[in-house]
Design a protein around this ligand. Sequence first.
Ligand code: ADP
Length: 224
Amino acid sequence: ELKLRDQNDRLLLANQLAVGIAHEIRNPLTTVKGMLQMSSADSKPRHFGLILSELERMNLIVGELLLMGKPQAAVLRDESCQTILEEVLSVFEFQAAAANVEIRREFVRDLAIRCDRNQIKQVFLNLLRNALEALPDGGVIEVKLDAAGPFQRIRFKDDGEGMSEEVLGRIGEPYHTTRPNGHGLGMMIVSKLVSSHRGRMSISSNPGQGTCVDVYLPASRGER
Ligand code: ADP
């Protein structure tokens, strides 16, 4: 019997397994996709579009699994938190508008964080996506930036479905999802990246009322 000491061991093992499998799956997946795309018009299978989009979804999941296994070396710089948020929001706002979701910004002033720009973009994007998924009938997402001692606090608050205590307790656990198209990796990646930045995160949520995620990232030296 395999004895796992703690949650960490379990995560590590899940991680290794996932990356191993993702690696093995990627090549045949690429082949199948390529062959399918090359097939001539009259030999295309029925439901070609659906098959292709499902393959693309597999590709995406495999890509995320691989990323999670070997995170790229972080490049830490002093960055404008507001600029990073605006860059993420400029892409995200189209999706939000299409889903009848309004984004409310509350940036009192710009604040500098010490971070890897791309990794933190991924954190913000994952949190925004989750907020959007919790708002199937539209609503509001508040994005707030303010200072909190040696940290800058970035708040993502939605007035969506919220989470039960059970779901909240399992957040960040790989493959735990309540979404039909989810894969339950988003929050795990978020919490990994936040903690590799020596940041913190706190989440409060009430079913039917919404969710508030506070991310605390280290302020740049000059701002502590
Ligand atoms: P996925 O989005 O693929 O399901 P995540 O790890 O990002 O994976 O999220 C895990 C689960 O946590 C979601 O399936 C959902 O149940 C819950 N969750 C995360 N963020 C929110 C939110 N803002 N509102 C409600 N539920 C959320």
